[in-house]
Design a protein around this ligand. Structure first.
Ligand code: KG4
Ligand code: ZN
Length: 333
């Protein structure tokens, strides 16, 4: 069962060929970061133009690397949302054109489900599970009793974790997106600034990162005004410690309450070294018989392989080619 999957929700143009929802035949990702860097964030119009330019080439490359023809495919899958509407529409229309031309079922996929199912490319998921989904646009704790049933038990009230990383990254002058750079600096610093751990004491599983972001920015600006020099590695380490502590604490608490068999880490921030190691240690020391799935770095950020993995569950060989299919920028899980 071969699915051609397409992902264009933000600033990565990606196509993949996935076998039986679990084996990657190819996964080509073209990043546009260099075009957006100088603006300090993703410019939607530029993202759409890049997708238009690259989508056909990337699909061809994915098919070539997997050594398949359109006639070998069983379905086409594409991200329908959430994301930037103009960017999503490029993938959706490319997928529709291929499905129509080759008479293949078309499978719309939720981008966040894709991040969760990236883990299925490594090992089958074990239910009930709890997924900590942390990306540039989302921070959510998702409880799943079985395949395709998503219950959001907690989410950010303001900034997403990745968004907070990118915003404080700008303040200390690292390139966009700052998450990766802050993570590298954090490994060389110490948690000396004691930034706030927001909502730690509350019973719910919600998060908040905007207070932490403001505390960080105020500390940097205060020092600048006084001509005081702060150690950037220590700043990064202190910020990272605050983010990681809250994410891990709430995840472990929720895993206990919901009695899950597995915890899954997903999304771009899943690449964070501090989060990966703190969560591993906490699962090991605080939970019995709960496994932890952490995707390899290549599957943390946006990619089409994860879309193909999530699409497999919705495959129906009699499936329609829904040419009315649309992009939904605010799509929920
Ligand atoms: O999932 P993703 O590729 O795109 C969205 O769907 O948002 O996530 C991108 C986010 C960015 O905010 C980026 O700074 C963050 O993931 N990120 C990291 C790391 N690598 C990427 N954040 C912290 N530490 C990292 N190592
Ligand atoms: Zn993403």
């Amino acid at each position: 069962m071969l699915i051609l999957a397409i992902e264009t929700s933000c600033d990565e143009t990606s196509a993949a060929v996935i076998e039986n929802g679990e084996k990657i035949q190819s996964n080509i990702v073209a990043s546009q970061i260099n075009s957006h860097k100088r603006f300090g964030g993703v410019v939607p119009e530029i993202a759409s133009r890049h997708h238009v330019e690259y989508i056909t080439l990337i699909i061809q490359e994915a098919m070539k690397e997997a050594n398949v023809e359109f006639s070998d495919l069983d379905a086409v899958a594409v991200t329908e949302g959430p994301g930037l509407v103009g960017a999503l529409l490029i993938g959706v229309n490319a997928a529709k054109a291929i499905a129509y031309a080759h008479n293949l079922p078309l499978i719309p996929v939720n981008h966040m489900a894709g991040h969760i199912y990236a883990n299925q490319l490594i090992e089958p998921l074990q239910f009930p599970l709890l997924a900590l989904v942390v990306s540039g646009g989302h921070t959510e704790l998702v409880y799943m009793k079985e395949h395709n049933r998503f219950e959001i038990i907690g989410e950010t009230r303001d900034d997403a974790a990745g968004e907070a990383y990118d915003k404080i990254g700008r303040v200390i002058g690292v390139p966009y997106p700052g998450g990766k750079y802050i993570d590298e600096m954090a490994q060389k610093g110490e948690d000396v600034f004691n930034f706030p751990r927001a909502m730690m004491q509350e019973e719910n599983y919600d998060f908040s990162f905007s207070g932490l972001k403001s505390a960080f920015i105020n500390r940097v600006h205060n020092a600048e005004q006084k001509g005081e020099e702060l150690d950037k590695n220590d700043l990064a380490a202190s910020f990272q410690a605050a983010v990681v502590e809250v994410l891990v604490d709430k995840t472990i608490r929720a895993a206990k309450e919901y009695e899950v068999k597995e915890i899954i880490l997903a999304g771009g921030v899943a690449a964070n070294s501090g989060l990966r190691s703190a969560l591993s240690e906490a699962v090991e020391s605080e939970l019995d018989d709960v496994s932890l799935a952490i995707p390899p770095l290549s599957l943390c950020g946006d990619n089409a392989a994860m879309i193909g993995a999530a699409a497999f569950l919705d495959y129906d060989e009699t499936g329609e080619i829904d040419l009315a299919m649309n992009a939904y920028p605010g799509l929920m899980l």
